[in-house]
Design a protein around this ligand. Structure first.
Ligand SMILES: [Mg+2]
Length: 154
């Protein structure tokens, strides 16, 4: 079978899904978690899914902050998640990776048929579709409740 050994995954947009989108979140001080987001990540961890973040940090390309600042935000997110027994397996920062979902699929041996993209923008869903991955558009609110309403990949 072509998909033998490949893994199931959820690929998450960051701003507006995990953290409140305040526009160019390039400082740890501006990191504000979306309600239920850490719980949602833990739920996906517990379901045995790879949890990957693909985030389009155009603030880097615009020179508003640098990649080190983005990495500092992601380190804080990892720490906050760890405190709740949750984990993100990898972050992909998109200014340099126009097709981050594709890259993640290749690098983590993800089966596109057993993957799901969660984004708050149709662009996120479209990026997933190009990689052969179905999408779920998060309308805002509580992420854990939203994830609980989805058929997660198995
Ligand atoms: Mg977003």
């Amino acid at each position: 079978m072509a998909t033998a050994g490949r893994r199931a995954a959820v690929i998450l947009d960051r701003d507006g899904v995990l953290n409140v989108d305040q526009g160019y979140v390039g400082e740890v001080e501006r990191l504000e978690w979306v309600a239920g987001a850490r719980r949602a990540v833990r739920r996906m961890n517990d379901a045995g899914l790879l949890v990957i973040v693909a985030t389009n940090q155009s603030g880097v390309a615009r020179g508003l902050f640098d990649l080190a600042a983005v990495n500092a935000v992601h380190a804080q997110m990892r720490a906050d998640l760890a405190a709740e027994g949750a984990r993100i397996d990898a972050f992909y920062v998109c200014p340099f990776l126009p097709d981050a979902p594709l890259r993640a699929i290749a690098e983590w041996s993800i089966d596109p048929a057993r993957a799901l993209v969660i984004g708050d923008n149709l662009r996120d869903i479209e990026a997933g579709r190009r990689a052969g991955v179905r999408g779920a558009l998060f309308p805002g609110g509580d992420l854990a409740r939203f994830v609980a309403s989805l058929a997660l990949p198995k």
